[in-house]
Every structure is written in C-alpha cells, then in structure tokens.
Design a protein around this ligand. Sequence first.
Ligand SMILES: N[C@@H](CCC(=O)N[C@@H](CS)C(=O)NCC(=O)O)C(=O)O
Length: 337
Amino acid sequence: MRWLASAAFVASLTVAIAETAQADTTLDAVRTRGAVRCGVSTGLPGFAMPDAKGVFTGLDVDVCRAIAAAALGDARKVEYVPLTAVQRFLALQSGEVDVLVRNATWTLARNAQLGLNFVATNYYDGQAFMVPRRAGIHRIAELDGATICVQPGTSSETVLSDAFRRRNLRFTPLVIEQVNELASAYFNGRCDAFTSDQSQLTGIRSTAPDPADHVILPEIISKEPLSPAVRNGDDGWANVVRWSFFAMLEAEELGLDSKNIEREARDSADPTVQRFAGTTGDLGKALGLENGFAVAIVTQVGNYAESFERNIAPLGVERGVNRLWRDGGLMISPPFR
Ligand SMILES: N[C@@H](CCC(=O)N[C@@H](CS)C(=O)NCC(=O)O)C(=O)O
C-alpha cells in the first residue's frame, strides 16, 4: 500500500517536472514563435473575413491583433487559422491555436466539459432566423414543417431544436459544415430558412446576390455571448487575452482612440489615463507585458467603438446592447488599477 502510494507520488512528480521543463506558458510559446496563432472563422463578414489577398479583417480579427500588439508589440504578428464550427474547439484543445476568437458562445458545457476558459464577451448576440422576403413569413410560428439550414457543431443546432420543441413545431435540418456552401444552399432555395446568431445572419445576408431579397425575423430565441477562449490551466495567458480586449473597452470609456492615444499617453495629467498608458505604475508588467501594452493596442487596433464602426456598422447593425455600460449597454471593462 505504502509502495503504491509512493509510486503514484513519484509518477505525478515526474509529470510535474516534465511539464516544468517544457517551461512553457502560452505567452512564452508566442514570444518564441514571434506570432499569435489565432483561430478565426473561415469567412464571416464583420467578424473574420479574408479579402482577395487572404488578409483577414473583422471584430474578432481585431481581438487577435490586440493580443499580438500586447504580447509582441506588433498587431501584424498574427497567424490566422480559419476553423469551421466543428473544428474549432479541438484546434484549441490540441494546441494548434493559442486562442480562439471565432464568434463562439460561452456556455457551461464548453467551459467545464471541453476545458475551455472563456475570457470576456466581445459581442452580445442572440439567435434568429433569415427567410426569403418573397416567402412572406413574419413569425417563427409560420415555419412549421420547414427545412432549416444550420451549421453543425454550433449552439445554433441545439437552440433551434429546443425552440421548435417548445412551440410544438416540426422542422427538417439541413446541415453543411462549410459556411459558404451552407449559404449557397439557402440562397439556392434548398432550405426555407437559415438560422444562426443575428449578427452572423446579417453578415451572410450581405453576401447574397441581392441582400434585400432576405429578411431577418425580429424574434430572438437565445442569448449568445460571444467570447474569445483559451485552454484551461494557463491563467497568465487567459489574463493577457482578457486584458487585451478590456483595453479596447477601457480606451473607449476614457475617450482614448487610435488618433489621440499617443498624445494623451504623453501629456495627460489624469492618473487613470497615466495608469492605463503605463506611464505610471506597473500594470503591464503584472501581466508579463510591457507597461505600454494598452497604448500599443489602441495605437495599432483602436478602441472598441473604432473596431465596431469599421467592422460591424457597415453591415447595418447598431451598437444596441454592445454599447458601453455607461451608455446603457452591457460592455464594461473592470478597472485598470
Ligand atoms: N455562436 C454559435 C454559432 C457560431 C458559428 O459557427 N456560426 C456560424 C454561422 S453560420 C459561423 O460563424 N460560421 C463561420 C465559419 O464556419 O467559418 C456557437 O458558438 O456555436
């Protein structure tokens, strides 16, 4: 019995030593590599979309860039790894990406069963339905018996079946993993409706031959707080990701943006701005970063409002609940002190 106990102890010690020898926090690995590996959507307007040259832009992409600005001083040092909904969590668990910023809903099961740490909601969304305008459908109740396009591996699948069961409605799902193929199936009339988070429907509608041919029904059937995620077990890295995003929110709240941040960092007499900019205190150092990490983020990426205006507003989506808390929205950064 004693021998067994000590053998188990030695075994666990060996594992612990081996892990320490690998050294490695995700931040160390990112520094050694010289780039942040960021898991993003394969192509979703507003959130993560490659242009003809393969250059990604979007609200989620800006979080990847903020992390790179914080960790490496350069927002361009990101390797984008496009992932479908089915692939995304495995890619994070296996270490293929350092962080997943892919309109992923923060849920209990993903947190606890998949071992993922959701760090901060960067967009509050909710699930909705898109239908062809000519179908003349105005309410979910009119979708009884419909064929519904939905991407596999998403919370949209479960929310859809719950919503229909609750209403005693029937439906046939049409599931296709690649979002562009799923969108074509819907645009070609293979399903009566497309369901996903409202912002994503707006993004997909913008790729229609004529976006005005499609309407998004006003009923919202779920809450979908979309959040960047990291693996459990590396709290230091979770903090880097979390505070990189919060820096974008805090900058907006403090009235700092990409145009005035350098001047304010130099001249401001406001102690809150000075601490945020790292000209006083050691907040960056506490995260294992440069004290000026927030300045790097705001200079290179901008504040949350700038990112929203650049990426989401062009789709015709309003700030709504994604306004700052002081403007009546849900977006709040904990204090930088
Ligand atoms: N927020 C939901 C849905 C996320 C999702 O994957 N939505 C689809 C919309 S159809 C998407 O973004 N697809 C983009 C892609 O596969 O690249 C979740 O976390 O499960």
